[in-house]
Design a binder for this molecule. Structure first.
Ligand SMILES: Nc1ncnc2c1ncn2[C@@H]1O[C@H](COP(=O)(O)OP(=O)(O)OP(=O)(O)O)[C@@H](O)[C@H]1O
Ligand SMILES: [Mg+2]
Length: 316
């Protein structure tokens, strides 16, 4: 069996049924792996269990079945190895921006002097454009600024893995775009391993190396793994020039609108949840039809295509 940097094996979550009712199996048979330095997004309809999976990876929740191994060790509780950015920013309201970040940094490196902690925390706040807001309290910050503090705090502890639960969900489109750009450049510079939940297919295509498609619950599973085969130097302003973009986007939207329910409640013939099909719609010619490819990814495939983009306007 291949050992990935993060290995999720047979994860399931069940809740006992109320007063004589059957148990609720939110998901089961969840298997996937993430490599070191890889950016994985997970997409699926509301309630299928994405946050529950992230919380299990964070060590904040326990699965009913299955095991998660990171860097050769089983995850059994929270650790500074994993940085979490929650949908709500979860800052300590009585502490300044700087102190909110220092709090984590001090726990991570207890031997550091106050000066070292301050310099390190300041560097990460500057990286997200908050160098001028070090001494402001969360109540004095906008939603986007608070979210950036959360991102700086998670990055500053230099975790082995970053877990992001719809980190930009509550932001307006403009702020969201700016912070996506920041995250993109930080991730490109640091090669941070990331697991991120999003409802936004464009965000997933911009940021991810691969996108895990989760089917609807109950009994949700990983239906498919979509590889984003576009070159990694993507930017928001140019990504739509690449014809692969539309193929991948159509594939994701088609899954969410038409196919995600097919897996619900029963086993779909030919689908092995232990080995969800890996598809590369960006390289395929058929738009909606995925191609199952097992070859390693070519170094650069951005310009070998015969583009015939068709944009889906389905809104999710
Ligand atoms: N204590 C509980 N008892 C019963 N069911 C629960 C309990 N906690 C969560 N659930 C169910 O678990 C499922 C998964 O919840 P989760 O928050 O992981 O979904 P999600 O995919 O993150 O959804 P969203 O996209 O809306 O954030 C939901 O259907 C929810 O109703
Ligand atoms: Mg959620």
């Amino acid at each position: 069996m291949t050992q990935h940097f993060l290995q999720v094996e047979g994860l399931a979550k069940r809740f006992p049924g109320a007063r004589g009712k059957d148990d609720l199996t939110v998901f089961e048979n969840i298997h996937f792996g993430i490599e070191k330095g890889e950016f994985a997004c997970i997409i699926g309809h509301s309630g299928c269990g994405k946050t529950t999976i992230l919380n299990v990876l964070a060590g904040l929740d326990q699965a009913s079945d299955g095991v998660v191994i990171m860097d050769g060790k089983e995850i059994s509780g929270p650790s500074l190895d994993r940085g979490v950015v929650f949908q709500g920013h979860a800052l300590l309201p009585w502490l300044s921006t700087l102190k909110n970040v220092e709090f984590g940094v001090r726990s991570r490196w207890p031997g550091w002097s106050a000066k070292e902690v301050e310099a390190h925390s300041t560097r990460y706040l500057e990286m997200v454009g908050l160098g001028q807001a070090l001494h402001k309290k969360p109540s004095e910050l906008s939603g986007g600024m608070k979210q950036r503090v959360g991102i700086a705090r998670a990055f500053a502890i230099q975790p082995k893995m970053l877990l992001l639960d719809e980190p930009f969900g509550a932001l307006d489109a403009l702020t969201r775009g700016t912070i996506q750009d920041e995250l993109l450049s930080i991730v490109q510079a640091t090669h941070q391993t990331v697991f991120m939940i999003t409802h936004d297919v464009d965000e997933a295509i911009l940021l991810a190396d691969k996108i895990l498609l989760m089917s609807n619950g109950p009994y949700a599973r990983i239906a498919e793994i979509v590889e984003v085969t576009m070159p990694r130097d993507r930017t928001r302003s140019t990504i739509h020039h690449d014809p692969q973009y539309y193929r991948i986007r159509n594939h994701l939207v088609d899954f969410l609108v038409n196919r995600s329910a097919d897996y619900a409640g029963a086993s779909l013939e030919g689908h092995d949840p232990r080995h969800p099909p890996v598809v590369r719609p960006g390289l395929g010619g058929g738009g909606q039809v995925a191609q199952v490819v097992e070859l390693p990814r070519p170094a650069h495939q951005g310009d070998k295509l015969s583009p015939k983009p068709s944009v889906s306007h389905a809104s999710l």
